[in-house]
Design a protein. Structure first.
Length: 75
């Protein structure tokens, strides 16, 4: 039961991680440009900082779930 729960959490975190990475800005645009340009959205940097924190949390969750799955599969 624990293995299935961790597996589902691992798959969901992987999918969310893909989405959050794709939302990040490249060299020129990004999430703030998606909503009407960089100058039109005040606080675009705050949105990017929050997106960074969410991405890091999701990456850590994915890593922990992957290590836990490896541990559970050996036992």
């Amino acid at each position: 039961m624990l293995f299935v729960t961790v597996l589902v959490l691992d798959i969901m975190s992987a999918l969310f991680l893909i989405v959050f990475i794709l939302l990040h800005s490249g060299k020129g645009g990004g999430l703030s440009d998606m909503f009407g340009g960089g100058a039109g959205l005040s606080g675009g940097t705050a949105v990017e900082k929050r997106l960074d924190k969410i991405t890091v949390f999701t990456a850590c969750l994915f890593g922990l779930c992957t290590f836990l799955l490896a541990y559970l599969s050996n036992n």
